[in-house]
Design a protein. Structure first.
Length: 359
């Protein structure tokens, strides 16, 4: 997912800050958390009101392409490539580390299920190391062969790194018409992926690894094209209106041709939302909310999933009634937002500031 406020590093004060896009990123992150709770309760996504919440990742990828192009296109010629990669590592990796460590802790200290006996010190250490280094290692059947067993959402960060590498080495040099051709090819690959799988929710596990490449490739390139062609649509929808439009895309009900609906949302609807979000006006009274939402998005996304496993084991062990379940999920979402905020203030920001000073 894209992880930073939508503004270029060391930008002049006169450059525009797309704070509504920051706010939408936070809304999407909260939807991801709700989706992860609800998929435990309703494994059949057609019965899950948040069953398309996973498409928030495609929104993140598209927003990331827009953000990276906006922040770096006019600077890359003057930057050393290692400085670009170092800047991205500083921005992304501290929370990869924290999310993995938190995943390990929740794995070892889950009050409803002890770690399986098969995972001794050596195997656990190997799982930890590969997760810390973002090396896919899908070997845990108990966790559906997630690429990163201790923090499943890291799969999208793996592909985010791939996008950053290609951008730093190649894409920033490519003119926008070549990008259009690449995006068209990526759209065909995405359509094939959606039709073959029947949906666009792959990329996180062993059997759907390359689906993540298809999802990243189109959406990242589409985001870059929005910036390169300045496809910014001026409007008065504001943050509330665009939040509603985003939620409509993430909560759309299932249809017989499910894959085609999801493909339409990713190919056309999300890029349209980015264009509208970049051109919308933010009323001053909602500025703090958008800033908070944008800041909390990445920490929330990277620190919540260990608690989803605890919730799954709680559900299996305690079998709560529907009222209790509703209270537990709603309370947990609020608590996880608080944990994300604490992770940002107590770990992510101090670590990044330290690394920037050392740099």
């Amino acid at each position: 997912m894209t992880t930073e406020q939508v503004q270029p590093a060391k930008s002049p004060a006169t450059r525009q800050h797309f704070e509504i896009l920051d706010g939408l990123r936070g809304i999407a992150a909260v939807v991801v958390v709700i989706f992860h709770f609800m998929e435990v309760v309703f494994p059949d996504y057609s019965k899950n009101f948040a069953g398309r919440g996973f498409l928030a990742v495609d929104f993140f990828f598209c927003l990331s392409g827009f953000v990276i192009a906006y922040a770096y296109d006019d600077r890359m010629e003057k930057m050393r490539i290692k400085d670009f990669f170092r800047a991205r590592l500083i921005r992304l990796h501290p929370l990869v580390i924290l999310g993995t460590v938190m995943g390990l802790i929740t794995f070892l200290l889950d009050p409803f299920m002890a770690p399986p006996a098969a995972y001794g010190f050596g195997k656990t250490a190997l799982l930890l190391l590969t997760s810390l280094l973002l090396i896919p290692f899908p070997v845990m059947p108990e966790r559906y062969f997630n690429l990163f067993s201790f923090n499943a959402p890291s799969w999208s960060l793996f592909w985010e790194y791939v996008a950053n590498i290609f951008y730093g080495l190649i894409l920033w040099r490519v003119n926008r018409y070549v990008l259009m051709v690449l995006a068209f090819v990526a759209a065909i690959a995405l359509g094939f992926t959606a039709h073959r799988a029947g949906n666009l929710m792959g990329g996180w596990g062993k059997d759907s690894f390359m689906d993540g490449c298809a999802r990243l490739s189109y959406s990242f390139l589409a985001g870059m094209l929005i910036y390169r062609f300045r496809l910014i649509i001026r409007n008065r929808l504001g943050f509330p209106g665009l939040t509603l439009l985003l939620l409509m895309g993430l909560f759309v009900p299932y249809f017989p041709n499910n894959w085609a609906v999801e493909l339409f949302i990713v190919l056309f609807y999300f890029p349209l939302l980015i264009s509208l979000g970049a051109g919308a006006r933010l009323v001053p009274s909602l500025q703090r909310l958008c800033v908070f939402s944008g800041k909390i998005s990445y920490p929330l996304y990277m620190t919540h999933y260990g608690f989803i496993w605890i919730f799954a084991h709680y559900l299996k062990t305690c079998k709560p009634d529907q009222t209790t379940l509703t209270i537990v999920i709603a309370t947990s979402v609020v608590i996880l937002i608080g944990i994300g905020w604490g992770a940002m203030k107590l770990f992510d920001e101090p670590v990044r500031n330290f690394l920037k000073r050392k740099r």
